[in-house]
Design a protein. Sequence first.
Length: 228
Amino acid sequence: MKNFTKIILKFLCFSPLIVLAQAGNIGGNYSVQEKLFNINRPNLGDSEFIEAKGSPYLSKQFSTIIIDGLSNITEKIRYNIFKDEMEFMKDNQLYYMDKVLPLKIIFPELDITFELQNYNIDNKIQTGFLQPIGYSLNHKLTVYKKYNVGYTAAEPAPNSFYPDKSAEYFNKKPVYLLKYGDKFYNITKDQDILKVLPEQKTKISEIIKQNKLNFKTDQDYKKLIELL
Protein backbone atom coordinates (compact mmCIF):
# COMPACT_ATOMS: atom_id res chain seq x y z
CA MET A 1 0.00 0.00 0.00
CA LYS A 2 2.86 2.36 0.85
CA ASN A 3 4.53 1.61 -2.49
CA PHE A 4 1.29 2.34 -4.33
CA THR A 5 0.93 5.65 -2.47
CA LYS A 6 4.49 6.61 -3.45
CA ILE A 7 3.76 5.89 -7.12
CA ILE A 8 0.63 8.08 -7.04
CA LEU A 9 2.54 10.92 -5.38
CA LYS A 10 5.34 10.71 -7.97
CA PHE A 11 2.82 10.84 -10.80
CA LEU A 12 1.09 13.89 -9.29
CA CYS A 13 4.43 15.63 -8.91
CA PHE A 14 5.54 15.00 -12.49
CA SER A 15 2.20 15.44 -14.28
CA PRO A 16 2.34 19.29 -14.15
CA LEU A 17 5.77 19.08 -15.79
CA ILE A 18 4.37 16.89 -18.56
CA VAL A 19 1.53 19.33 -19.17
CA LEU A 20 3.95 22.26 -19.20
CA ALA A 21 6.23 20.48 -21.65
CA GLN A 22 3.33 19.81 -23.99
CA ALA A 23 2.18 23.40 -23.71
CA GLY A 24 5.72 24.51 -24.48
CA ASN A 25 5.72 22.51 -27.72
CA ILE A 26 2.39 23.96 -28.78
CA GLY A 27 3.53 27.44 -27.83
CA GLY A 28 6.76 27.00 -29.83
CA ASN A 29 4.82 25.71 -32.81
CA TYR A 30 2.41 28.65 -32.66
CA SER A 31 5.30 31.09 -32.21
CA VAL A 32 6.95 30.02 -35.47
CA GLN A 33 3.63 30.12 -37.32
CA GLU A 34 2.88 33.55 -35.89
CA LYS A 35 6.33 34.73 -36.96
CA LEU A 36 5.82 33.47 -40.53
CA PHE A 37 2.43 35.11 -40.91
CA ASN A 38 3.00 38.34 -38.99
CA ILE A 39 1.56 41.54 -40.43
CA ASN A 40 4.73 43.61 -40.21
CA ARG A 41 5.59 43.17 -43.88
CA PRO A 42 2.69 44.60 -45.90
CA ASN A 43 2.87 44.66 -49.68
CA LEU A 44 1.55 48.17 -50.23
CA GLY A 45 1.59 47.66 -53.98
CA ASP A 46 2.30 50.09 -56.76
CA SER A 47 -0.14 51.13 -59.49
CA GLU A 48 2.58 50.79 -62.10
CA PHE A 49 3.24 47.17 -61.14
CA ILE A 50 -0.44 46.32 -60.66
CA GLU A 51 -1.42 47.57 -64.12
CA ALA A 52 1.41 45.78 -65.93
CA LYS A 53 0.77 43.08 -68.51
CA GLY A 54 1.78 39.53 -67.72
CA SER A 55 2.16 38.23 -64.19
CA PRO A 56 4.86 38.14 -61.52
CA TYR A 57 3.31 35.03 -59.96
CA LEU A 58 3.90 31.32 -60.27
CA SER A 59 0.10 31.16 -60.04
CA LYS A 60 -2.20 34.12 -59.38
CA GLN A 61 -4.45 31.95 -57.20
CA PHE A 62 -3.77 31.63 -53.47
CA SER A 63 -3.17 27.97 -52.63
CA THR A 64 -3.39 25.71 -49.62
CA ILE A 65 0.10 24.83 -48.41
CA ILE A 66 1.97 22.43 -46.16
CA ILE A 67 4.90 23.73 -44.12
CA ASP A 68 7.36 21.10 -43.00
CA GLY A 69 7.33 20.84 -39.20
CA LEU A 70 4.10 22.79 -38.67
CA SER A 71 0.46 21.74 -38.60
CA ASN A 72 -2.96 23.31 -39.09
CA ILE A 73 -1.82 25.98 -41.55
CA THR A 74 -4.97 27.88 -42.51
CA GLU A 75 -3.43 30.70 -44.54
CA LYS A 76 -3.34 30.36 -48.31
CA ILE A 77 -0.36 31.80 -50.13
CA ARG A 78 1.07 32.43 -53.58
CA TYR A 79 4.63 32.88 -54.82
CA ASN A 80 5.63 36.26 -56.26
CA ILE A 81 8.57 35.29 -58.46
CA PHE A 82 9.55 38.86 -59.31
CA LYS A 83 9.75 39.87 -55.65
CA ASP A 84 10.89 36.40 -54.51
CA GLU A 85 8.27 36.57 -51.76
CA MET A 86 5.44 34.37 -50.50
CA GLU A 87 2.25 36.43 -50.18
CA PHE A 88 -0.88 35.99 -48.07
CA MET A 89 -4.05 38.01 -47.49
CA LYS A 90 -5.38 39.20 -44.15
CA ASP A 91 -8.28 41.64 -43.70
CA ASN A 92 -8.15 42.48 -47.42
CA GLN A 93 -4.51 43.53 -47.15
CA LEU A 94 -1.64 41.75 -48.92
CA TYR A 95 1.38 40.74 -46.81
CA TYR A 96 4.69 38.97 -47.33
CA MET A 97 5.51 35.91 -45.25
CA ASP A 98 8.51 36.38 -43.01
CA LYS A 99 11.62 34.51 -44.16
CA VAL A 100 12.42 32.22 -41.26
CA LEU A 101 15.12 29.57 -41.77
CA PRO A 102 14.81 26.63 -42.12
CA LEU A 103 11.62 26.69 -44.18
CA LYS A 104 10.13 24.14 -46.57
CA ILE A 105 6.81 24.96 -48.26
CA ILE A 106 4.80 22.44 -50.26
CA PHE A 107 2.09 23.44 -52.75
CA PRO A 108 0.08 20.19 -53.16
CA GLU A 109 -2.20 21.68 -55.84
CA LEU A 110 0.79 22.72 -57.96
CA ASP A 111 2.94 19.70 -57.06
CA ILE A 112 5.83 22.03 -56.26
CA THR A 113 8.06 22.33 -53.19
CA PHE A 114 10.13 25.36 -52.24
CA GLU A 115 12.96 25.61 -49.74
CA LEU A 116 14.18 28.86 -48.26
CA GLN A 117 17.95 28.90 -48.70
CA ASN A 118 20.93 31.19 -48.26
CA TYR A 119 22.80 30.97 -51.56
CA ASN A 120 25.37 32.80 -53.65
CA ILE A 121 24.87 34.05 -57.23
CA ASP A 122 27.45 36.30 -58.92
CA ASN A 123 29.26 36.71 -55.60
CA LYS A 124 26.10 38.04 -53.94
CA ILE A 125 24.68 36.21 -50.94
CA GLN A 126 20.90 36.01 -51.14
CA THR A 127 18.08 34.50 -49.11
CA GLY A 128 15.28 33.24 -51.28
CA PHE A 129 13.00 30.44 -52.39
CA LEU A 130 14.40 27.62 -54.52
CA GLN A 131 12.69 24.54 -55.94
CA PRO A 132 14.63 21.28 -55.39
CA ILE A 133 14.39 19.21 -58.59
CA GLY A 134 16.94 16.44 -58.12
CA TYR A 135 18.99 14.66 -55.46
CA SER A 136 22.06 12.43 -55.32
CA LEU A 137 22.23 10.92 -51.85
CA ASN A 138 25.59 9.23 -52.51
CA HIS A 139 27.34 12.50 -53.30
CA LYS A 140 25.23 14.80 -51.10
CA LEU A 141 24.13 16.82 -54.12
CA THR A 142 20.94 18.76 -54.74
CA VAL A 143 19.95 20.66 -57.87
CA TYR A 144 17.72 23.69 -57.31
CA LYS A 145 15.73 25.80 -59.73
CA LYS A 146 15.30 29.53 -59.20
CA TYR A 147 12.32 30.92 -61.09
CA ASN A 148 12.97 34.18 -62.89
CA VAL A 149 10.60 36.95 -64.02
CA GLY A 150 11.68 40.25 -65.55
CA TYR A 151 9.91 43.60 -65.73
CA THR A 152 9.92 46.46 -68.22
CA ALA A 153 8.47 49.83 -67.23
CA ALA A 154 5.85 51.67 -69.25
CA GLU A 155 7.07 54.15 -71.86
CA PRO A 156 5.14 56.98 -73.52
CA ALA A 157 4.95 56.92 -77.30
CA PRO A 158 7.56 59.08 -79.06
CA ASN A 159 4.82 60.68 -81.13
CA SER A 160 1.12 60.36 -81.96
CA PHE A 161 1.77 57.76 -84.65
CA TYR A 162 2.79 55.12 -82.09
CA PRO A 163 0.91 53.74 -79.07
CA ASP A 164 2.27 53.99 -75.55
CA LYS A 165 4.27 50.99 -74.41
CA SER A 166 2.65 49.25 -71.42
CA ALA A 167 4.55 47.97 -68.42
CA GLU A 168 5.03 44.21 -68.64
CA TYR A 169 6.21 41.19 -66.70
CA PHE A 170 7.94 38.51 -68.76
CA ASN A 171 9.35 35.07 -68.05
CA LYS A 172 13.12 34.73 -68.06
CA LYS A 173 15.30 31.66 -68.22
CA PRO A 174 15.44 30.00 -64.79
CA VAL A 175 18.70 29.76 -62.87
CA TYR A 176 19.94 26.32 -61.83
CA LEU A 177 22.06 25.90 -58.72
CA LEU A 178 23.99 22.86 -57.56
CA LYS A 179 24.34 22.47 -53.81
CA TYR A 180 27.35 20.37 -52.86
CA GLY A 181 27.82 20.12 -49.12
CA ASP A 182 27.11 23.61 -47.82
CA LYS A 183 28.07 25.50 -50.99
CA PHE A 184 25.99 26.56 -54.01
CA TYR A 185 27.26 26.66 -57.58
CA ASN A 186 25.59 28.31 -60.57
CA ILE A 187 25.37 25.74 -63.38
CA THR A 188 24.42 26.40 -67.00
CA LYS A 189 26.25 23.58 -68.79
CA ASP A 190 28.04 20.30 -68.17
CA GLN A 191 31.40 22.03 -67.74
CA ASP A 192 30.09 23.86 -64.67
CA ILE A 193 29.23 20.53 -63.06
CA LEU A 194 32.62 19.06 -63.98
CA LYS A 195 34.33 21.94 -62.16
CA VAL A 196 32.43 21.02 -59.00
CA LEU A 197 32.97 17.26 -59.39
CA PRO A 198 36.20 16.79 -61.38
CA GLU A 199 36.65 13.28 -59.97
CA GLN A 200 33.35 12.28 -61.62
CA LYS A 201 34.33 13.53 -65.09
CA THR A 202 34.20 10.15 -66.84
CA LYS A 203 30.89 9.12 -65.31
CA ILE A 204 29.28 12.51 -65.93
CA SER A 205 30.38 12.48 -69.58
CA GLU A 206 28.94 8.97 -70.04
CA ILE A 207 25.59 9.91 -68.48
CA ILE A 208 25.32 13.03 -70.65
CA LYS A 209 26.16 11.11 -73.83
CA GLN A 210 23.95 8.07 -73.14
CA ASN A 211 20.91 10.18 -72.17
CA LYS A 212 21.49 12.97 -74.71
CA LEU A 213 21.27 15.66 -72.05
CA ASN A 214 21.50 19.28 -73.21
CA PHE A 215 20.56 21.03 -69.93
CA LYS A 216 17.61 22.92 -71.34
CA THR A 217 14.98 21.37 -69.08
CA ASP A 218 14.53 20.48 -65.42
CA GLN A 219 14.55 16.80 -66.34
CA ASP A 220 18.07 16.98 -67.77
CA TYR A 221 19.49 18.29 -64.50
CA LYS A 222 17.36 15.89 -62.48
CA LYS A 223 18.42 12.84 -64.49
CA LEU A 224 22.14 13.64 -64.35
CA ILE A 225 22.20 14.18 -60.60
CA GLU A 226 20.08 11.13 -59.80
CA LEU A 227 22.26 8.86 -61.98
CA LEU A 228 25.51 9.94 -60.30
